[in-house]
Design a protein around this ligand. Sequence first.
Ligand code: AP5
Length: 200
Amino acid sequence: MSYQAFILLGAPGCGKGTQGKILGSMLGFLHLSSGDLFRSLDHTTEIGKKVLGFMEKGELVPDEITVELFVQHLQTLADKGALNPERDIVVLDGIPRNTNQADMLDSKINLVGVIHIDILDDDIIFERLQKRAQQENRPDDANPDVVRNRIDVYRKETADLLSYYPPEKIFKIDGNQSVIKVHYDIVQQILRAIGEPVEA
Ligand code: AP5
């Protein structure tokens, strides 16, 4: 079974989760975040502890664990009727995270487009994540060394996906705008990608 999918791609704090949640609130779109999936695990179990160990350092969880858990999650949603491959477009947030994961997920995904939320200025990322660290309990936001590592991992591994997928499927969005303007730009690109008319 394969799923129509948009991939949200961008550095930590660029707005993938924020925009994914908004899109996922619309009928026909389902927001799926690998980070949320990992955070929802029972961290007293062996697998939960292992995953948490990588997250706390800002390292990627190994590809085999990540893809296995994610594919299981897709299957559970499909079994429950919460995900219908003929009706729904999944909005993937945080996965795939490198070209190996992209290869492993290839048979599961019918790619509609990659929404690249671009933020070049690391200061903006640090500012956003520091603010969130005060508001939410995300240990990987509170430590600047961990945030730096997450940014480095993004630039060294995840950004390779921008040359892995065909250029005509990549839609670059300026992430350094208000949430509503980023959303507006994303919606315009999605409409084009799914063949809906867009007013000039
Ligand atoms: P994950 O949860 O995916 O974290 P991340 O990629 O570091 O992304 P963030 O959640 O920090 O940022 P975001 O882009 O979603 O921004 P958000 O909208 O939240 O991954 C966490 C960890 O899990 C990884 O480090 C890794 O260990 C592991 N992991 C996950 N997936 C994996 C995978 N596939 N393989 C291996 N390991 C994996 O916004 C951030 C803040 O900014 C919020 O407070 C928000 O309100 C604010 N904000 C958003 N947009 C704007 C805006 N336009 N203007 C002002 N503020 C804004």
